[in-house]
Design a protein around this ligand. Structure first.
Ligand code: SF4
Length: 243
């Protein structure tokens, strides 16, 4: 990223923070120069909308920069050899809820989007059951290129790729992260505790609440496990509904 676009991005972020702070402090107008003098004052909802729009643009731009300029045509780990597409992530840059899986499968590799195969369709139904649209959340994986034969990513592949995911999380700042399956939960929590033991209890990922649960592909093979996963998602919904 050029230093000019970096400073534009910083400016947008700080403007978004400022607008949000004014709105939260009860300020109901912004006297901001000629345009406003001509057109009158901005109301609270306009301030909030303006802040959200500026913030969304800044995060969108930061994500694009990460994808195009930092990841680029990445060959940092061996997984690049078998991929068709880098599967970066998809969804709302301002999402309060972010899902993280382990890595792209064949459908995802072909289409360049995470969770689009059968397991992805189940994930979409789970999201809708939570009262959300798929477009309202953000979905990404621990590694961005498909491991051969859908094997689990190797530790060195995870270690090489996970900094990109961590940057995405840092930019999006979701309220809750849901880790789908062992690989995602263990990699983000840096633990070897089994998913069976981790599942269902919130963990801390910095100041973000992280809920480990089973992967939708596991649920397709073990439909009886949908019930405990739904219990986990209900806990997530509670956090999302809190003010
Ligand atoms: Fe690069 Fe990640 Fe793909 Fe490895 S998996 S080649 S680190 S983008």
């Amino acid at each position: 990223m050029t230093s000019q676009s970096k400073s534009q991005q910083e400016f947008r972020k700080s403007l978004a923070r400022e607008l949000k702070m004014w709105a939260e402090s009860g300020v109901d107008f912004v006297p901001a120069g000629k345009t406003i003098e001509e057109s009158g004052h901005l109301g609270v909802s306009q301030i909030e909308k303006a802040g959200a729009a500026v913030g969304e643009d800044a995060v969108h731009e930061a994500l694009e920069n990460l994808r195009l300029n930092e990841i680029g045509n990445c060959t940092r780990c061996p997984l690049h050899k078998g991929r068709t597409h880098i599967v970066f992530g998809v969804g709302n840059p301002m999402a309060k809820l972010m899902f993280v899986g382990e890595g792209p499968g064949a459908d995802e590799d072909r289409q360049g989007e995470p969770f689009v195969g059968k397991a992805g369709q189940l994930l979409t139904r789970m999201i809708e059951a939570m009262g959300l649209k798929r477009s309202e959340v953000y979905i990404a994986n621990i590694v961005k290129c498909r491991p051969p034969d859908n094997r689990n990513p190797e530790p060195v592949e995870i270690a090489t790729c996970i900094p990109f995911l961590k940057q995405q999380i840092e930019m999006i700042k979701p309220r809750v992260l849901v880790c789908l399956g062992k690989v995602a939960a263990q990699a983000l929590l840096q633990t070897e505790i089994s998913i069976t033991k981790l599942r269902g209890e919130f963990q801390a990922y910095g100041d973000i609440q992280l809920m480990p649960t089973y992967h939708p592909a596991f649920l397709l093979r073990n439909p009886a496990m949908k019930r405990p996963v739904w219990e986990d998602l209900k806990k997530v919904m509670k956090i999302l509904a809190a003010p």
